[in-house]
Design a protein around this ligand. Structure first.
Ligand code: ADP
Ligand code: MG
Length: 411
């Protein structure tokens, strides 16, 4: 038996078994052609699929969410999966209806059937309590068709949804290889990271980065936090530094975050680093770097060149570096400098390096340097949840499943 509190693929019999395999192959898609732009998450499933080669596998994932341009069917995913796992893969354009259930019943050992976008079912879009999820149509329709549930969707493990929690509570369940690997790499950062340990945090969402800063600094798991993107602006504002008029406007809705940033800054002044300069677009859209206290009117779009130099040096000398969220609006010409250079400094360093978050990982893969990080997480939100000390509902359900299965064995 493995040393985890949950079961893994080492603990369960899978030959000929009817298996529901939950993965997260929600990928960036071209909004008009729906062509897959980055297949990192699809490739990440291959180890688990190889391990299940003589099982009857029904694979489910979501893609985006209702209302978004990239909320599509899973046909392109099933084709990409076939290609990168070198395996025949079938697709059914249904999730829990009679059409899907008939096809599921006919899956033979060695075959893989991909269900359509799980979020085509309304219930899959709601976060709810485990006992509620167990009673959903989703779980009632699908669970009788399977012997075993494997959750390999680390990137969705922070959601309490029918396919993540409900099916895990309804069926004998174990973690897939990717889930195991991700949990080990990310949770390990909260045990004894090699020091100095540096976090690079940027991106647009501040509300999921501040709890990480608070948790790791309170538990003394980091030596330096290097800030970019919107989190940097929130801290600058919290420190009463001058920011541009447009940035000032954007801060209006972030009062709670600014308050939290202020109290973190008061406690951990020596550990939190903000940019010394920022990059703005001039009237012709060209990059202009300014010291932080002499901003232009428009929003800052990247960390400045001096900051890049300082951050790169810190990262190169770190024994552990964790990065989540780009340091600037890297989608715009000229404003990818900070993110690219700091990623490259991480890639050069000899330390243990972890990157996560869709945008950052996508960029590392475009730059062709993704293989040079020690761990590339397929998750954004789930990684941040773990690092902020929250438990993941998907993992909690796997632990309950293991307890159920162990007590059945003992009776
Ligand atoms: P990730 O997907 O890597 O976890 P987020 O989703 O939090 O990161 O944020 C990604 C977005 O943050 C990108 O679209 C990027 O343009 C934006 N961003 C980065 N820096 C800034 C900035 N200074 N101002 C506004 N948006 C920014
Ligand atoms: Mg993102």
């Amino acid at each position: 038996m493995s040393s985890h509190k949950f079961l893994t693929l080492d603990d369960v019999e899978t030959s000929n078994k009817r298996i529901f395999l939950r993965v997260d192959i929600n990928v960036p898609l071209d909004p008009s052609t729906h062509q897959i732009l980055d297949d990192t998450r699809i490739r990440a499933v291959s180890e688990t699929l190889a391990r299940l080669e003589d099982a009857r596998v029904v694979l489910g994932s979501h893609q985006s969410r209702p209302g978004k341009d990239d909320f599509t069917n899973m046909q392109p995913h099933s084709e990409a999966l076939a290609e990168c796992c070198n395996q025949q893969v079938m697709f059914v354009d249904d999730v829990i209806g009679p059409h899907a259930r008939q096809r599921i019943a006919k899956v033979e050992p060695g075959q893989v059937l991909v269900l359509d976008n799980l979020r085509f079912c309304a219930e899959e879009n709601i976060d709810d309590k485990p006992e509620k999820l167990l009673k959903t149509h989703f779980v009632k329709q699908l669970s009788p068709l399977f012997d075993l549930n494997i959750n390999d969707a680390f990137a969705t493990a922070h959601r309490s949804q029918p396919s993540i929690v409900g099916l895990t509570d309804a069926l004998p369940s174990a973690a897939g290889r990717l889930m195991e690997k991700e949990l080990k790499a990310v949770s390990g950062l909260l045990v004894e990271p090699r020091r100095p340990c540096v976090y690079v945090l940027g991106g647009a969402k501040v509300e999921d980065k501040i709890p990480v800063i608070e948790h790791i600094l309170t538990r003394d798991k980091a030596d330096k936090i290097l800030l970019g993107g919107v989190p940097a602006k929130v801290f600058l504002k919290a420190m009463d530094r001058k920011i541009s008029a447009d940035d000032e406007k954007d801060m209006a809705g972030l009062q709670t975050q600014i308050k939290n940033a202020k109290s973190l800054w008061m406690k951990y002044k020596d550990k939190i680093e903000v940019p010394v300069d920022l990059a703005y677009a001039d009237t012709r859209g060209k990059r202009t770097d300014r010291a932080i206290d002499v901003p232009l009117k428009e929003s800052a779009l990247d960390i400045g060149a001096k900051t890049v130099e300082i951050y790169s040096k810190v990262v190169e000398e770190a024994a552990t570096t964790v990065a989540n969220g780009p340091l600037g609006v890297f989608e715009r010409d000229g404003f990818d400098l900070g993110t690219k250079q700091v990623l490259e400094a991480m890639a050069r360093s000899n330390g243990y390096t972890v990157i996560g978050g869709g945008h950052l990982v996508g960029l590392a893969s475009i730059l062709g340097i993704d293989e040079r990080f020690k761990h590339v997480s397929t998750a954004g939100g789930a990684m941040l949840s773990l690092l902020s000390g929250q438990s993941l509902p998907g993992v909690d359900a796997l632990v309950r499943a293991a307890e159920r299965m162990r007590s059945q064995k003992n009776n």
